[in-house]
Design a protein around this ligand. Structure first.
Ligand code: NAD
Length: 374
């Protein structure tokens, strides 16, 4: 048994992300020399069956059907929220009030005003926070950012980013929490990832011109009837960045055939980058320094030269996976809790993304460019 201090986790929600977070905790502990030993203390879900099964399968010592029990448990250090979006605020505020660190899935909250409340509360209590923008943890995105910052692409002129999937393409698919008018829609759900990546690579967006479209106006309500959908199925925006670059971004959950197209292209005066999350262990680089007749995008494969890839695998080109991105996210967060580094993507950063989403939605409704207010 290690002599490291223990960080006890209370997990809320045991669906797609709940499981991914547990993989993240388990793997992070094995591949990184973390400042804490992570302990899976208690897991909560709405039914006894789901909570008990999660405790058994995922390795938590205890389970509960009431998330408030976790917040009220003094030994728990971190409340990890992977429940639906509309519940994030209430859960996070309760956890912060109890002095817990909070790890929360994106979006931080359905509305920017709520996200602001959460960010302010976390700052006032000086607890450490993390929002689940895991795609930013990819070593190849970190490489792309380094190359851009080092001037390898020259002056950046253009950016194209998107996050497209097809999980809502079937009009017969039921109404879900993702269709809630408060904070739902493709732009908020997955366009938010594309916006986070755009700013991660190029720095702040200064102005947006949005176009948000609802293509499927009603969905089965699961009770034999139907329910109106008012949120966007596709949210697009033209962007102007503070560094002078211009570009576009798209969130699209009815992109038939696309499963994980979290992609970007960056165009500079000396070169370009192209990336697709569907092949996320690769970054494609085009250099104008190559001789005419020899130019083309070259594929850089993820390798131990791209930290922290080597922590997972000693061999280049063998690839890391989606859950490994969560492990990298956990590593950063745990180091922030220990005070070793600033929060990699805390609640203030989550609030920034919410504000971008809402400004794009407002721009679409008003049909005009809008500056991102400070
Ligand atoms: P999901 O439906 O698979 O899981 C949600 C879980 O929360 C379920 O186990 C559900 O029973 C539980 N839950 C609901 N109400 C609860 C309550 N009151 N108390 C305790 N548990 C409760 O959904 P998901 O796909 O895992 O999405 C969850 C969150 O993760 C959302 O905010 C979503 O936006 C986010 N998400 C992030 C990513 C990413 O890549 N970072 C990917 C998918 C989803």
């Amino acid at each position: 048994m290690s002599d490291k201090p223990v960080l006890r986790i209370g997990l809320i929600g045991t669906g797609f992300m709940g499981k991914a977070h547990v993989f993240g905790f388990a793997t992070a502990q094995k591949v990184f020399d973390l400042p804490y030993r992570l302990e899976l203390h208690t897991v909560a879900d709405v039914t006894e069956k789901a909570a008990a099964r999660a405790a058994r399968d995922l390795g938590f010592a205890r389970h509960s059907t009431d998330w408030r029990e976790l917040v009220a448990t003094p030994e728990i250090d971190v409340i990890d929220i992977t429940a639906p979006n509309a519940l994030h605020k209430e859960m996070a505020l309760a956890a912060i009030a109890a002095g817990k660190h909070v790890y929360c899935e994106k979006p931080l909250a359905p509305r920017a005003a709520e996200a602001r409340e959460m960010a302010d509360a976390a700052a006032a209590k000086a607890v450490k926070t993390q929002v689940g923008f895991n795609y930013l943890c990819n070593p190849m995105l970190r490489l792309a950012r380094e190359m851009i910052a080092a001037g390898e692409l020259g002056e950046i002129r253009g950016y194209r980013g998107l996050h497209a999937e097809d999980y809502m393409a079937d009009a017969a698919g039921p109404w879900t929490f993702r269709h809630d008018p408060a904070g739902g829609g493709a732009l908020a759900d997955i366009g938010s990832h594309a916006l986070a990546t755009a700013e991660f690579l190029l720095g702040p967006i200064s102005e947006v011109m949005g176009d948000c479209i609802t293509m499927i106006g009603e969905r089965p309500d699961g009770k034999g009837g139907s329910r109106a959908v008012t949120v966007d199925d596709v949210g697009r925006a033209f962007l102007r960045f503070e560094n002078g670059a211009q570009g576009s971004v798209e969130g699209n959950w009815i992109a038939t055939g696309r499963k994980m197209q979290h992609d970007f292209e960056v165009y500079g005066t000396k070169g370009a980058l192209a990336f697709s999350q569907e092949r996320f262990n690769e970054l494609h680089f085009y250099s104008t320094a190559d001789a005419p007749g020899r130019r083309g995008f070259r594929r850089i494969e993820a390798a131990p030269d791209h930290p922290p890839y080597g922590r997972f695998c000693v061999a280049p080109g063998h690839q890391i996976g989606f859950n490994d991105l969560k492990a990298i996210e956990v590593e950063g967060y745990v180091r922030a809790i220990a005070g070793e580094i600033p929060e990699p993507f805390g609640f203030a950063a989550g609030l920034r993304i919410q504000r971008l989403v809402e400004t794009i939605q407002r721009s679409s409704a008003e049909g005009r460019w809008i500056r991102i207010s400070a």
